[in-house]
Design a protein around this ligand. Structure first.
Ligand code: ARG
Ligand code: ZN
Length: 882
């Protein structure tokens, strides 16, 4: 904790480490009142470092130092070494030596959940990015890679299971009812990949035979009460292992792969070598307790962490500015995997929704940073949508530009060239260039320039020449510290449609043969302005632009509503069909917001939805997505100076108008999708449940009791959480106050012993403008199931309120803002990472209409004035007030 300004770390000041560590020998003595850590490092001077006589500098945080021994000689504080707050410095060290450091730590009091801590009685670790220094003194940077041997000693009764990275090589009993296990990891790794778990756990076991015929032991460790909730994660793991062999040629390397579920965890999951640690909510699932969305999320997170074994562990990051090297690439890998497991169009829609709603907002806000940032104060603040999602889009664009074969050649070369190394995003791009022969010099700007490019498209049709010209201009907005940006290299996929919806040949020169010309092309934009001519067209086509969302940009084109309706039912690109529907709905809602008062809803929107509801030929998963109106968050993101209350009100009006006009179609849709037999998580049955539950939610917007009765019946009869939650959510968001309270009470009664379900129960209330007004939120914080030490509970109430219940959070009296400020200040003392994440909605204050933004700013200033701000919160709050 500090009040002083934390130091800024800059990429331009990167220096290779002065010392390297070849081996780490760890011995943990775990007790109820703390843990003693004995660490012996085999150190040598780095021949690549210019600083020949550099002192040995080890990082540390919240450690009690007990002993330092260098080559068998005990060192004296002050004389031989200095222990400054965050470092242990030994001024004079030989070229090669062995150093033993003994530290005492208190996992039971560690509420930051970084380093070694306790979660429901079990010991566990989280070391990325800089948690290892909370365990022992160490050069805690990813370019120091060492072999680890770890001996864990603990009470046998309370900690029968003792885990660390690699292979289990020795075990035995000790005096006093204690025992030990020793683990050895043959692969050199950075300290952020170290992991340890000790507790009373049960395991689910399985095996996987790799492509070369090796049998891998797979184990998922959970608390005994969760034993029946591991099957889905295990199946997902096996599918991921197979997929990475088939698509990337990557085989697993150790003999055992373990996953552990932990209740108190700051994020989703962590890819520690051979011992992935997961937030319980990202691994445990059963039909009765997890929604379809949760099943899909678990599959993708299990895949993500598994894929890190190559993209992250075997090839790791040189420094934390390169974080997207592993995260962007791995998100790209997991999203392709999910697309292959389900519906590629739906997966793309989900990814783009997140990107456009949240990453674009980040890119337009005070914390905007490039995919490879140039500086940071607290690296934990840079685990962002930009690093992850935009980073994945950048890799996707390389894939688009190179095509699948050359991309695979590039990834093979990357893994081969850099196996066992700590490298940079530039090394990744270089491998792609070398394997493909393509020049990606300009493309690299995607890594260094922040901000979302805006593409403005205009067109003219020359009927005499039969030529359709498209003019595409790109501009990249200024972001903090960056102005006058250069044009980027952008792959722009498009098609043109004729009056009957036919795909027209795209002839870029008049001599091109119509029969062989493709109907979809990827244009490459490299300049601020381009004009493309398409020849041989007898009428003005309808353009289908930026297909599959081929680049993470804002696209501006003056579509007419007729064109959008046309694309909704004719575009051969499913993604663009969905996008046309979104644009139409956005246009209708926006014009109603602007026209304040008159509620005259364009009948074309109603008819377009009617057509959709009747369409049985289209992929039902796509129909289900198309029926979702653009979210409030997205509408706010698109608006300048948004008036949140007006957007909320208008969107609700449009929804209830649609529901009333389409009542019969909705009832039919509900019944048609009702019986889906045995519960399965296949794209088809997920789509059916989604359609059914969307229809239900809409029907509850009409107060004629049809929806209410269906919801109550569904709540009684549901055999799975998706349907239960669908009915509960619809009731909670309806005007049926009595049914709402009854349903919430019954649900809690039934599921109170299951933390993952209780989290959903909190969220459904916190996100509702009916059940989640501030007094109700405050009551949830006092609920016996709420736990200030559990990030999931904090997120499901406070995070969901500020991030999803926008009308209540942006209450014009400022109460939502001041509530958030209070909670952030409180949490900063126990868990700074969580505090700095929760504050995000306030940091966007400049965007909002003046009445809102003044109050948001006041709330932020109050946080800034708090005594003892963590580095995490300091950076976010100060940068957003600049
Ligand atoms: N590497 C982890 C992943 O798979 C996330 C680690 C996040 N760390 C943090 N300090 N937020 O994405
Ligand atoms: Zn990751």
């Amino acid at each position: 904790m500090r009040t002083n300004q934390p130091t800024t770390i800059r990429l331009s000041e990167y220096k290779v480490p002065a010392h390297l560590v070849d081996a780490v020998d760890l011995r943990f003595e775990l007790f109820d009142n703390g843990a003693r850590v004995h660490s012996t490092l085999t150190v040598r001077r780095n021949p690549e470092s210019a600083e020949e006589f550099a002192p040995l500098e080890l990082d540390g945080d919240s450690l009690k130092l007990e002993q330092v021994i260098l080559d068998g000689r005990e060192l004296m504080a002050g004389n031989d070494y200095d222990e400054t707050g965050a470092q242990l410095v030994i001024a004079r060290v030989p070229a090669q030596f062995e150093l033993t450091v003994v530290t005492w730590i208190e996992p039971q009091n560690n509420t930051r959940l970084e380093g070694l801590y306790k979660s429901s009685g079990m010991f566990c670790t989280q070391c990325e990015a800089e948690g290892f220094r909370c365990i022992t003194y160490f050069p805690d940077r990813p370019d120091v890679m060492a072999r680890y041997r770890t001996r864990i000693e603990a009470d046998k009764a309370s900690c029968p299971v003792l885990l660390s990275n690699g292979n289990d090589v020795d075990r035995g009993d000790l005096e006093g009812g204690r025992h030990f296990v020793t683990w050895e990891d043959p692969f050199p790794k950075p300290s952020y990949l170290f992991a340890l778990v000790a507790g009373d756990l049960v395991e689910k076991q399985d095996t996987f035979t790799t492509c070369s015929g090796r049998e891998i032991d797979l184990r998922i460790f959970v608390e005994p009460r969760n034993a029946a909730k591991c099957q889905h994660a295990m199946d997902s793991l096996k599918r991921s292992m197979r997929w990475d062999e088939e698509v990337y040629g990557r085989e697993y390397d150790l003999d055992i792969f373990m996953i552990v579920a932990v209740d108190d965890f700051n994020m989703g999951a962590m890819e520690n070598k051979g011992l992935n640690i997961f937030n319980s909510s990202c691994v445990l699932a059963s039909q009765e307790t997890a929604t379809d969305l949760a099943f899909q999320r678990i599959e993708s997170i299990v895949a993500h962490e598994y894929f890190h074994n190559w993209s992250g562990n075997r090839v790791t990051c040189r420094d934390w500015f390169q974080l997207s090297l592993k995260e962007g690439f791995t998100v790209f890998r997991d999203s392709t995997f999910s697309a292959d497991m389900g519906s590629p169009t739906v997966k793309r829609i989900e990814d783009v929704t997140l990107l456009r709603t949240a990453q674009f907002a980040e890119d337009a806000g005070p914390m905007a940073h490039p995919v490879r940032p140039a500086s940071y104060m607290e690296i934990s603040n840079f685990y962002t949508l930009t690093i992850y999602e935009k980073g994945a889009e950048v890799v996707r664009m390389i894939h688009t530009l190179l095509g699948p074969e050359l991309f695979r050649k590039g990834s093979d070369l990357y893994f081969e060239r850099h196996d066992g190394q700590a490298v940079t995003t530039d090394d990744f791009v270089k491998a792609m260039e070398d394997a493909s022969g393509r020049d990606l010099t300009q493309f690299r700007l995607w890594y260094d320039q922040a901000g979302t490019p805006v593409l403005t498209v205009s067109d003219v049709y020359d009927s005499e020449r039969g030529v359709y010209s498209l003019k595409i201009q790109q501009a990249i907005p200024d972001t903090p510290g960056q102005t006058n940006k250069k044009p980027q290299h952008i792959p722009f996929a498009l098609g043109l449609l004729g009056a009957e919806g036919e795909a027209l040949p795209l002839r870029l020169v008049s001599t091109e043969d119509a029969a062989s010309a493709p109907t979809e092309r990827v244009l490459e934009l490299t300049k601020a302005s381009h004009t493309f001519e398409f020849h041989g067209l007898t009428q003005k086509p309808v353009p289908s632009l930026l297909r599959h969302f081929s680049a993470p940009v804002r696209l501006v084109y003056p579509w007419s509503r007729e064109q959008l309706v046309f694309l909704m039912s004719h575009d051969p690109d499913g993604f663009n069909r969905w996008d046309a529907g979104q644009r139409l709905a956005v246009d209708v809602i926006q014009s109603l917001v602007d026209s304040s008062g008159t509620v005259d809803i364009d009948s074309r929107l109603v008819e377009a939805y009617r057509t959709l509801l009747a369409d049985r030929t289209l992929d039902q998963a796509l129909v289900a997505k198309m029926l979702h109106l653009p979210s409030e968050a997205y509408l706010i993101e698109l608006a300048d100076s948004p008036d949140v209350a007006a957007i909320h009100r208008t969107r609700e009006q449009v929804l209830s108008h649609l529901a009333t006009s389409l009542r019969d179609e909705l009832v039919a849709c509900y019944h048609r999708n009702m019986d889906d037999g045995e519960y399965e998580v296949t794209p088809e049955s997920v789509a059916r449940r989604s359609l059914k539950n969307t229809a239900l939610a809409w029907l509850l917007m009409i107060n004629d009791n049809t929806g209410r009765d269906l919801a109550l019946q569904q709540l009684r009869e549901a055999d799975n959480m998706t349907d239960r939650m669908g009915a509960l959510r619809a009731l909670v968001n309806s005007d049926y106050a009595e049914e709402r309270s009854q349903a919430l009470a019954d649900f809690y009664e039934h599921f109170q012993s299951d933390p993952q379900v209780v989290e959903q129960w909190f969220s459904v209330q916190a996100s509702s403008d009916r059940a989640g007004q501030l007094p109700q939120i405050q009551a949830l914080l006092k609920h016996p199931a709420f736990d200030w030490k559990n990030p999931n509970k904090i997120r499901s109430v406070i995070g969901v309120f500020a991030g999803q219940n926008l009308a209540a959070f942006h209450n014009p009296d400022g109460s939502g803002y001041s509530f958030l400020a209070d909670q952030v200040c409180r949490l900063d003392d126990s868990n700074p990472q969580i505090a700095a994440r929760l504050v995000a909605p306030l940091t966007r204050w400049k965007k909002f209409a003046p009445a809102y933004s003044a109050l948001m700013r006041t709330a932020l200033e109050r946080i800034r004035n708090k005594a003892e701000l963590s580095a995490d919160l300091y950076e976010v709050v100060h940068k957003s007030l600049e």
